[in-house]
Design a protein around this ligand. Structure first.
Ligand code: AKB
Length: 315
């Protein structure tokens, strides 16, 4: 591959692992990482890095010209919990960064764009189980509103200007390398850390709150598969599913491996966000169009999470 790729928001939870994976696939110098602050040592030392604010169009253009970028993965975003605290900032980051990148693709400065959407586009009026690809989308959160608007902008730029933009709706993403920040599904990462460090976790959701989730490796595979797909892209954005579980079920999976681990429940304002989202997702369309299939179930993910975090804390 001779294309050079720019990752905006490369130091976040997904951006970090996406950058490392793309560097493995296409070579370190072909993947330019960027963010408003530096990332972890592995990311910083494995290839080029630029300090870059995703809302600054002029600076994005400078970096695109400097490295002759042809593809952009726009991973910078404010997630559900933080966006409720800073609605204007969230809208500015989540939407203006997207409009900048779509404009650059429209003006032929870049050829292809990846932009992640989320299960947050769904709301309380959406069917909760096996939520279909096309259904009611009436999000009640600032984050969900920005993701739904983003999906519509992507569809608009594709149909009116022929922009090649691709997207999937991420569920909660679970990983051990980089912590998530500001999300409602973050409890499912924190719980693994606390199982190892404290053998106790105080969960901010009720024990029976079921949400769609996915292990990081599956999310990265879905992202890259979507960008590599040669079939026409029909949907903005594709539902992708893996596992769904409740705090009680993930606790039981951890307790099998960490005897004596205890969880208390103190639901807070984040419960309302979780209650507005689906419990499970129907990804038939992604399976049909680009052969999407997840690999990590709750047991396999719990093994990897606990083993990797134990090593991390011991070193
Ligand atoms: C969040 O919890 O805000 C995100 C998401 C589901 O998009 N992880």
């Amino acid at each position: 591959m001779s294309d050079t790729i720019l990752i905006l928001g490369a130091c976040g939870q997904i951006g970090t692992e996406l950058t490392l994976k793309l560097r493995k696939l296409y070579g370190n110098t072909a993947i330019i990482a960027s963010d408003i602050r530096e990332g972890n040592t592995e990311l910083m030392q494995s290839g080029p890095f630029e300090i870059l604010d995703a809302t600054n169009k002029e600076k994005i253009v400078e970096v695109i010209e400097k490295y002759a970028i042809s593809e952009v993965y726009l991973m910078a975003a404010m997630l559900s919990v933080t966006a409720e605290k800073y609605p204007q900032k969230a809208w500015n980051l989540n939407i203006n960064s997207l409009l900048h990148v779509l404009d650059l693709a429209k003006d032929k400065l870049i050829k292809k764009v990846f932009w992640p959407s989320s299960i947050a586009v769904f709301g309380t009026t959406t069917p909760k189980q096996h939520t279909p690809q096309i259904t009611v989308t009436e999000p009640t959160t600032v984050y969900g509103i920005s993701k739904l608007a983003g999906e519509r902008w992507c569809a608009y730029y594709k149909s009116n200007y022929g922009v090649d933009v691709r997207s999937v709706r991420y569920p909660g993403i679970i990983s051990w390398k980089t912590n998530p920040g500001g999300g409602t599904t973050d409890y499912a990462v924190e719980i693994y850390h606390k199982a190892i460090t404290d053998k106790f976790y105080n969960c901010f959701l009720t024990e029976n709150t079921r949400l769609p989730m996915m292990y990081m490796d599956d999310a990265i595979r879905a992202t890259i598969a979507m960008m590599q797909a040669t079939l026409p892209i029909h949907f903005f954005s594709y539902n992708i599913a893996a596992i769904d579980f409740t705090p009680k079920e993930i606790t039981a999976a951890i307790q099998k491996r960490v005897p004596g681990f205890k969880v208390a429940y103190s639901p807070d304002f984040r419960q309302q966000i979780a209650d507005s989202w689906p419990q499970s997702i129907d990804d038939t369309q992604a399976k049909k169009d680009w052969n999407w299939q997840y690999e990590f179930d709750l047991e396999k993910m719990t093994d990897v999470m606990l083993n990797s975090l134990k090593k991390k804390y011991n070193s």
